[in-house]
Write a protein that binds this ligand. Structure first.
Ligand code: P6P
Length: 363
């Protein structure tokens, strides 16, 4: 429906969402959420582009470490606040979960002022947003592309639950811990040579480019389709000695031209997931952060990195797997849990899954 209704490039994000909502009235509430994400994306793009002029490079003076055990950059904290505040006042959000927050935040609990409380209490909604406000931020001071990753769930009717190990999953956490298959929308904003907004509402993957001349995101690829095969593999090969045997065999095959396609691939890896996935989406091939002997669950977080990106890639005709399980089928047990990730061109993912002895059900 989106392809028919919004097939012509050059239309703005706001017009795309209006036309998509006319075609699918159940999406009406997402309009204000995407408007908030658009505003946050423009703000973060400006913050990132000007960071070396405004003293926003480097780490917080406090030496703050986030829940991931990573020292926080100034931009990590600022971009997290930008996105939280943009989403909080849409009147649609019930819960926000961020890479930069220890635990999910109930929107109507997260108020700083009496004005906030009046506005938020009246408008707190029933969607759950999960996001990484500035993925790849360790690269930002070197001008390497970074990105925002987001996913939107509908509120689940989760109730407080006591798990077999005695741990308690409160209602807020329960609403957050949903499999990627439940996502109603997912997207990323890439801060690079241009600022790109790429997202899916479950009917294809659509790409917009920010036009600074008019201050709008403009539709530049209405229905992105990832090539079924690529000629690029994208892994941190410094870890290759720690990988399991099937992955070592796949990478050796594409590196030497002895894989299924008898083609030597090129290696491209920038250490920023959003940039590596964006290139994979457009050029094809395989991106991954696999498990290894040191990181038995890999490095990328399921809820706000792997699952949203997997939704986008699958809607563009690609596949996304841990090597054993389709990413979107995994039920999270922890907000910040990590999963091994291989995603990209369908035939490249299938070749790797075959080496794991997995059929396509895993990807
Ligand atoms: P490594 C950035 O810190 C990130 O979370 C992803 O954006 C990126 O793909 C990965 O880590 C890079 O990790 O260990 O290769 O530097």
């Amino acid at each position: 429906i989106f392809t028919e209704v919004c097939s012509q490039t050059g239309i703005t994000l706001s017009r795309f969402m209006i036309e998509a909502t006319v075609a699918n009235p159940q999406l009406a509430e997402l309009e204000s959420i995407f408007s908030a994400i658009e505003t946050a994306g423009k703000t973060i793009s400006n913050l990132v582009r000007r960071s070396s002029l405004t003293g926003l490079t480097g780490y917080l003076d406090s030496g703050n470490v986030n829940v991931q055990g990573e020292e926080q950059k100034k931009l990590d904290v600022i971009t997290n606040d930008v996105l939280k505040n943009a989403l909080k006042f849409t009147g649609r959000m019930g819960v926000l979960a961020s890479e930069e927050e220890d635990a999910p935040v109930e929107v109507d609990d997260d108020v700083e002022s009496r004005y906030d409380s009046i506005l938020v209490e009246r408008t707190a909604g029933q969607y759950v947003a999960v996001f990484d406000p500035l993925d790849g931020s360790s690269n930002v001071d070197a001008g390497i592309p970074t990105g925002t990753i987001f996913g939107i769930f509908e509120d689940s009717n989760a109730e407080c639950e006591v798990l077999p190990d005695g741990s308690i999953v409160d209602e807020c956490l329960g609403k957050t811990l949903q499999p990627g298959a439940n996502l109603v929308a997912a997207g990323y904003i890439l801060y690079s040579s241009s600022t790109f907004l790429c997202f899916t509402l479950g009917a294809g993957t659509h790409m917009f480019t920010y036009d600074e001349h008019i201050g709008e995101f403009v539709l530049t690829d209405p229905d992105v389709k990832i090539p079924s095969r690529g000629k690029i593999y994208s892994f941190n090969e410094a870890n290759c000695q720690e990988w399991d045997e099937p992955l070592q065999k796949y990478v050796n095959g594409v590196r030497t031209g002895t894989g299924e396609t008898s083609t030597k691939y090129s290696s491209r890896y920038i250490g920023s997931m959003v940039g590596d996935v964006h290139r994979t989406l457009l050029y094809g091939g395989l991106f991954g952060y696999p498990a290894d002997k040191k990181n038995v669950c890999g490095k990328l977080r399921l809820l706000y990195e792997a699952a949203p990106m997997s939704f986008i890639v699958e809607q563009a005709g690609g596949k996304a797997s841990t090597g054993r399980t389709r990413i979107l089928d995994i039920n999270p047990t922890n907000v910040h849990q990590r999963v091994p990730v291989v995603l990209g061109s369908a035939d490249d993912v299938s070749e790797l899954l075959g080496l794991y002895g997995e059929t396509d059900k895993a990807g």
